[in-house]
Design a protein around this ligand. Sequence first.
Ligand code: UGA
Length: 436
Amino acid sequence: MNVSVIGAGYVGLVSALGFCKMNNNVICVDKKIEKITKLNRGIPTLYEEGLEELLKECLQSRNIMFTDDIRIAVEKSDVIFITVGTPTLENWEVDLSQLNEVIREICKYIKSYKVIVNKSTVPVGTQKYIKQLLVDKGVNEENFDVVSNPEFLREGKAIYDFLNADRIVIGLDSERARKIMEKLYKPFNIEIIFTTPETAELIKYASNAFLATKISFINEVANLCDKVGADIEVISYAMGLDKRISPEFLKAGIGFGGSCFPKDTKALVKIAEKYGCNFKIVKSAIEVNNNQRILPVKILLNYYKKLEGKVITVLGLTFKPDTDDIREAPSLYIIRRLLDMKAVVKCYDPKASDEIKKIFPDINCYPNIYDSLEGSSCAIICTEWKEISSMNLEKAKLKMKEPIIIDGRNALDLNKVRDSGIIYFSIGRKRQNLKL
Ligand code: UGA
């Protein structure tokens, strides 16, 4: 089929390559010309497992083109996916300005029937809103249907998730569009849930908010473990064996970050409020997370009382491993607090040194873990990158002024920590001096 994807961010680029891999002709549009130039040359614009190879494969097949010309995309496609950003505003509402801009552009070129599919996470009612916008702009109602098709991919595993999703959710109100979407997705061989647009839009928020709540729940249990001397890892494992609970998303730590959970939990609270509902449980999940992400600073303050002049190393900056994304990462909140308290912050991250410098130009990033630990009075692990989890603790200890590690991701091997003699704090793990 002829498919276009508008917006070459995480969701857009991965979807464009995924649809190309599934033997469709794809046009991927982005208004940033530098991005287009790079992509047409096979240079990835974001870090994602397997993306570079798939980009090259797709370009070689000649079934994909990247352009900033939205007109070509609209004219040549049967299905037009919109995958632009929908960030949160200060007041927790969703900013639909990029989506509005795309609709304003595409409506100029719709001359024959098109299925317009929104993949971005948008408030309930947006499908109806887009339909009305197109009508208001003078597009003939016969010439389009609007479909909601939320995306559930995880950063770092995005290509795998796109091609092997647990489910495909499609919200629509037209038989004609249903046939086209069915044809497009049939080769994926994945269960498709056809439903109303409102239900599809809410499935996405409900899924993300549920997972975020699960994380906040286990983090509260972990904090209690620290008080009572219980072990969160054994608890998570035992809970996860109950099939009704599942072992996923029960890893305690310094909380969730990224471009989705923080944004979508707030948006769901706001959407509920708009309809007179008080979504208490999601509000609490947000509040727990806000405290959890700065827990290492509280532990540190409790230990040193004052942080002025102390050299503190932050190990891992991204919101999770295997991505270069630092959006809403707990590390940002930790670094801000440390700088406010006049600590000297040093950092190491395998992928995000350039990005962090844009936010905190005065902190120093180092090319490896051990250089970043030189003269440090504490290391805070914010991301469980493999090389951080497996670092040489003896070497680390020798570099540090005071060998203290606050492991915000419960990443280190407890036996190794015990043998190293490092003073170690974690999130709800059994105390290092205890042997079972
Ligand atoms: C999340 C969802 O998992 C995807 O299904 C969804 O499509 C996506 O948001 C989105 O809305 O676009 P993502 O933000 O890539 O995906 O990240 P996750 O792997 O879900 O992790 C989110 C955060 O939760 C990370 O900071 C991670 O460290 C944290 N986390 C995750 C925990 O603290 N504990 C866990 O057990 C799991």
